[in-house]
Design a protein around this ligand. Sequence first.
Ligand code: GRF
Length: 224
Amino acid sequence: MPSGPKRRRTAVLISGRGSNLQALIDAAAAPDYPAEIVLVLSNRPDARGLERAAVAGIPTSVVPHRDYETRAAFEAALTEVLSEAGAELVSLAGFMRVLTEAFVSRWQGRLVNIHPSLLPAFPGLDTHARALAAGVKLHGCSVHLVSTEVDEGPIIGQAAVPVLPGDDEAALAARVLEAEHRLYPLCLGLLAGDRVRVEGGTAVVEGGGDNAGRLLNPDPGSLR
Ligand code: GRF
């Protein structure tokens, strides 16, 4: 097989369903995608995403956080598994553990997360319920480099979706999830392809254009 451009060895960390993992697996199936998924690591043995990895023939590892007395010990175990796999990038995809400064610093610029809101709005949990309660007209998701504060760090990309009349939490979550599945492969590809640089604490995407494709809600065209 001819050797193409070097693909960045990427580990995906999960805790559950793994639908974003699946989107990344599907994207990485293309030989010219700049990241290769070399490991799927879960802190929960029952995470459904582990099956998805197995189906795709990707090695998996389980590091149960409950087996470790401290966060530091848990993260040392994560680091060992990641090093053994030769991971260059770490992608968090529904990984439900808060990471310490030591771990985050070690992976700075190479650790990426997806969060189901338009950050900096609604960091933390229950983002869809909180967006509905706040009455926002646009909601969405963000992919960002991880810094030591939860759900903070330079934003690589965002996808916005409308909040529609009659939406409940499930309907809004489903609309955002669809956007997540498009956004995460795009952003991981940009990072792996060395097209993201951080300037003054914010991420700049090389060739990212001027963001001229605007999304307005309410749509001025439909207002009278
Ligand atoms: C996603 O909504 C993601 O944004 C958040 O956790 C959820 C994980 O879903 N961090 P899945 O496991 O990828 O299906």
